[in-house]
Design a binder for this molecule. Structure first.
Ligand SMILES: NC(=O)c1ccc[n+]([C@@H]2O[C@H](COP(=O)([O-])OP(=O)(O)OC[C@H]3O[C@@H](n4cnc5c(N)ncnc54)[C@H](OP(=O)(O)O)[C@@H]3O)[C@@H](O)[C@H]2O)c1
Length: 325
């Protein structure tokens, strides 16, 4: 089986590349000239050069694959337009190229996000895939637009869409920020809320299952570890994993907005994108980012195995070993 992965230099993509190689796939990775491919070094992968924003760079490079895993995406940006350029238009460019050049494709998987659905209105009745999306950030809206692009091709290409909750584990830079802060003894706290999480190995299970199961064609699936965690519990588990206790630095939501504006300014000045920016704060303003994975369990046979206790411990160990904390 021959697979193309976009976003293979990133956190989730690099783990997917490793898994597909272990499963005996011939793995090709779309990368840009400037991509940092450190996680792919030593793996038996072939590189294909292209940028999702550049239609011409994809033309002719998507031929002959049984599976295309579209993971390339922008998760933070200094300019909101960039989210749409990569997550919506980039997806359009890629699937258009697949449609023109690859008539025998068995599956096109699009990695969307819980952000494309939006926040939940509590944790009693968890959102399911049949509920109407209402994203609250530009990131979320751009991922939903990406979904719409993919669905538009579903009569010509067998597609599947996954909407992961927060993914954590080795190589993840987003969660690492919290580990670092807690390790230093202080953690920002903006009030009660709930989050669905998924450990990277379970996330990769879900991606692989989505191409194995025919039932997944044309469908959207929420992916988490099946639990709902309070934000307090998540902090406690990271503390436990690090063997540290951190002071909760209570931040009023008004202040969060200012921090977001500050993050944007710093990003524009330095040219780097800050983890904390206005778009991220738009999401943090909502308490509950949770989902129901009944459909993935039933139709994909998805059975997450890693709970928060071991997941956070393994992640902390990896961060320590690699000097990230
Ligand atoms: N991490 C999470 O918690 C999470 C949760 C839900 C959904 N997701 C989705 O999962 C996907 C992967 O996320 P991640 O956490 O692995 O992100 P990541 O580590 O930031 O990786 C993003 C990947 O996308 C590639 N990319 C960005 N712009 C591109 C472009 N114009 N053309 C080609 N490749 C491009 C990057 O390549 P370069 O190395 O060249 O920059 C990188 O390989 C994203 O689509 C994201 O929306 C992530």
């Amino acid at each position: 089986m021959k697979a193309l992965i976009t976003g293979a230099s990133g956190f989730i993509g690099s783990h997917l590349a490793q898994r597909l190689i272990d499963m005996g796939y011939e793995v090709h990775c779309l990368r840009r000239e400037a991509s940092d491919v450190r996680w792919l070094k030593g793996l038996n992968v072939n590189f294909v050069y292209g940028d999702c924003r550049d239609r011409a760079s994809l033309e002719g490079r998507v031929r002959g694959y049984d599976y295309v895993f579209h993971l390339a995406g922008l998760i933070k940006a200094n300019d909101e337009a960039d989210f749409y350029t990569v997550n919506e238009k980039g997806t359009q460019n890629l699937i258009e190229a697949v449609d023109r050049n690859n008539h025998d494709i068995k599956r096109f998987v699009y990695l969307s996000s819980l952000s494309a659905y939006g926040p939940a209105s509590g944790v009693e009745d968890l959102p399911s895939e049949d509920d109407r999306p209402h994203p609250v950030s530009h990131y979320g809206r751009s991922k939903l637009k990406g979904e719409e692009v993919v669905i538009n091709y579903s009569s010509r290409i067998p597609v599947s869409i996954l909407r992961p909750s927060v993914v954590y584990g080795p190589r993840d830079r987003q969660f690492c920020l919290f580990f670092r802060l807690i390790n230093k003894g202080v953690v920002p706290y903006w009030g009660k809320g709930h989050t669905s999480l998924v450990y990277i190995d379970d996330m990769i299970d879900a991606i692989v299952l989505s191409v194995i199961k025919d039932e997944a064609i044309g469908k959207v699936y929420f992916i988490s570890d099946g639990m709902v965690y309070s934000n307090d519990r998540i902090i406690e588990e990271i503390e436990e994993a690090l063997g540290r206790r951190a002071i909760r630095l209570r931040l009023p939501r008004m202040l969060l907005r200012l921090i977001g504006i500050f993050g944007d300014r710093i990003g524009k000045i330095t040219g780097k994108t800050s983890m904390i920016n206005r778009d991220k704060i738009r999401e943090i303003m909502y308490n509950d980012w949770v989902c129901d994975i009944t459909r993935a369990r039933r139709e994909l046979g998805y059975n997450p195995k890693v709970g928060i206790r071991e997941g956070m411990r393994w992640t902390a160990d990896w961060y320590r070993i690699h000097g990230w904390i």
